[in-house]
Design a protein around this ligand. Structure first.
Ligand SMILES: [Zn+2]
Length: 314
């Protein structure tokens, strides 16, 4: 019976004990108040590591036999190091895996710590909770930034949220500073920068307003651009890695109008062998993210063991 702890760093930190791909007991969260969005941005890296190890202790309760700890972080992760994290900039360069291992050892917890990109974590969580641990899935997370994850895990970089989807010189709202990126159109932060006087949900509501109000035309134009950007991101992924299953999630997934998205996809993908793709909207849940972080940690141990066996055999 695999017992692991999954932790998710997003607008706040959530942790849970995962036994056989299911959450056991209550989630532990910091800050406890979900409305306090800036709490993590204000914490420096050491502070974050301390808060994470506190949540591990709370989530573990009296289960002394956990085998691994998985942490999902919004950023570009390589070998336990956060190489880039536009939405938690203080983490850039942090050796998270190593720092957490040391902090937990001080608490008497000596198990492997695995750091995973948050969107890859969600992909693993969806695969585990939808019985698809044996197939390839891709997921777009529509939140403060735009994440792109895939399962099964493979070495490489797929910062899909920073795919260029427009050549317009004025498209510079992406959190990474790059021009023409999906996140610069679809990300929550980017939408607030574009519409300084309106919140994203007001923009989408104004686009639907009948009879049309003074803002309807401008907002409707943006809603189309938003869907075109997502269609372009999916189409680019299909043209590079083939058709298949795509999940859409994140707290802004409610803005997606599937017929509009499918129409733009239809316009962008014309090669018939690439048209066998499916889309599914999944409501964002911390549980799926936590299970994903835990499953990835568990699989990374199996992977390390296999590698060691192969190395010994040579
Ligand atoms: Zn970008």
């Amino acid at each position: 019976m695999a017992k692991t702890i999954g932790i998710v760093l997003s607008e706040r930190i959530s942790a849970g004990l995962v036994i056989d791909n299911r959450i056991e007991g209550e989630l532990c969260c910091f800050p406890e108040d979900a409305g306090d969005e800036s709490a993590l941005v204000e914490l420096h890296t050491d502070g974050l590591v301390n808060v994470i190890s506190e949540q591990v202790l709370r989530a573990r309760r009296d289960h002394q036999d956990i085998t691994a700890i998985g942490v999902s972080v919004p950023g570009l992760i390589r070998n336990g190091v956060v190489e880039e994290a536009p939405n938690l900039p203080q983490l850039k360069g942090a050796r998270m895996g190593e720092m957490l291992t040391i902090a937990l050892r001080r608490e008497g917890i000596e198990v492997p710590v695995n750091i995973v990109n948050d969107a890859d974590g969600i992909a693993a969580g969806l695969a585990a909770t939808h019985g698809k641990l044996d197939s390839m899935i891709r997921v777009w997370t529509l939140g403060i930034g735009i994440g792109f994850g895939r399962y099964p895990f493979a070495q490489g970089v797929w910062e899909g949220g920073h795919t260029c989807v427009t050549l317009d010189d004025k498209e510079t709202f992406c959190g990474c500073g790059g021009r023409g990126h999906i996140e610069g159109i679809m990300g929550h932060r980017a939408m607030r920068l574009r519409f300084l006087d309106m919140e994203p949900d007001e923009v989408f509501a104004a686009a639907r307003q009948r009879p049309a109000g003074p803002e309807t035309e401008r907002c409707l134009k943006f809603v189309h651009l938003w869907h075109k950007a997502l269609a372009a991101g999916i189409a680019n992924s299909i043209h590079m890695s083939g058709a298949g299953k795509f999940y859409l999630t994140g707290f802004n997934v409610g803005f997606v109008e599937l017929p509009m998205l499918k129409e733009y996809l239809h316009q962008m993908i014309k090669m018939s062998p690439l048209q066998a793709y499916t889309l599914e909207i999944i409501q964002d849940s911390p549980e799926v993210r936590i299970i994903g972080a835990a499953v990835t940690a568990e699989q990374s141990i199996t992977y390390a063991r296999k590698k060691a066996i192969l190395a010994n055999a040579q």
